[in-house]
Design a protein around this ligand. Sequence first.
Ligand SMILES: Cc1cc2nc3c(=O)[nH]c(=O)nc-3n(C[C@H](O)[C@H](O)[C@H](O)COP(=O)(O)O)c2cc1C
Length: 394
Amino acid sequence: MLTGRRILLGVSGGVAAFKAAYLARRLVERGAEVRAIMTRSAREFIGAQTLAAITGSPPSEDLFGADSVSPHTDLAGWSDLLVIAPATAATMARLANGLSDDLLSATALAFVGPVVVAPAMHTEMWEQPATQRNLALLKADGVHTVGPVSGALAGGDEGPGRMSEPEEIVDAIEIVLGGGALSGTRVLVSAGGTREPIDPVRYLGNRSSGKMGTAVAEEAAARGAEVTLVTTAELPVSDAVAVVVVETADEMADAVWNRTGEVDVAVLAAAVADFKPQDAAGSKLRRASGPPDVKLVPTPDILAGVASQDDRPFLVGFAAEAGPAEQAVGKAAAKGVDFLVANDVTLPDAGFGTDTNRVTIIRPTGDTDEWPVMSKRQVAARLWDLIQGERASS
Ligand SMILES: Cc1cc2nc3c(=O)[nH]c(=O)nc-3n(C[C@H](O)[C@H](O)[C@H](O)COP(=O)(O)O)c2cc1C
């Protein structure tokens, strides 16, 4: 929650400026007091009246001629955090170079608290060396960045440069301001599907996208946890999550087991191969040599390994089932977890690659609780509510 927090929302002139209204609404809903600053260009994309109606006060627009003698220092002194969403390439350049030639950049320069920037622009603008240089400068100055993500852009284009959704920006703000329900809690999450090499080119893999585990990590970070995400899937994730990228089940086992002694909660959502080729060929297998005889051997059981550790963390495992979740009931007891999250990956609205999931919580006692279809982020939020409740009552 952001109750009582004073947030200054800078809106610069890109098509994503309409999303600034949603962001303002979300911030107000979470209890923040919001004031907006619009650049001259932003006025071409969103009405001042819209932001005024949502925030309760007219956005500030000009450095000179306003009611205040020194609006930039007044606004900077008033706020706990400055978020700029969308941040255009031009605004990023101004900030990175310490320019202060309009109200937003002058306020940013006069402000000494945390700054969150959500860039939004066409892919070509985003990938320009100049923009990337400015981004690196901003990061080096301690500015927090959210996104951009890849997706639909103005004019029917598609690619990296799309502004992160307002909910993600609010999460980032909550992380930066701290004080969430999981603050002080160390969390490890695994995500994605492992790849077991057959030769230097080919692998045995599975269809896991890593979206569910990444959502679990993001939600924990948004609640203030210190989060490490061990993943095979390099999806966009907030700066607050420490990411360890692995490929095979062996690498994932090492990365997880080396860290689970130091965390309070482990949520293992990765789809880890049960078998791997015994010997990966050193060079590419040739068609002319005929079908290879690939002998499979078991991979380490990562979940069972954590469960058997002395002083193990609170442990949640995910089970991907090709059929009703009840198949996983025996597994919950056998694996020694606090609970299992089972999902039927053959359903169209659950499992691999989808943005929604339909899961069943299975306890070692055999008790089950079926949750309705939700976005993966909503599943993650409900999961953390459950984990927090169980840890508090144990
Ligand atoms: C239709 C249109 C859309 C634009 N969208 C973006 C955008 O998404 N991101 C961006 O960096 N610039 C965009 N621009 C260019 C900026 O509006 C321009 O660089 C402006 O000077 C930015 O000023 P500001 O950063 O002070 O708001 C767009 C321009 C037009 C005409």
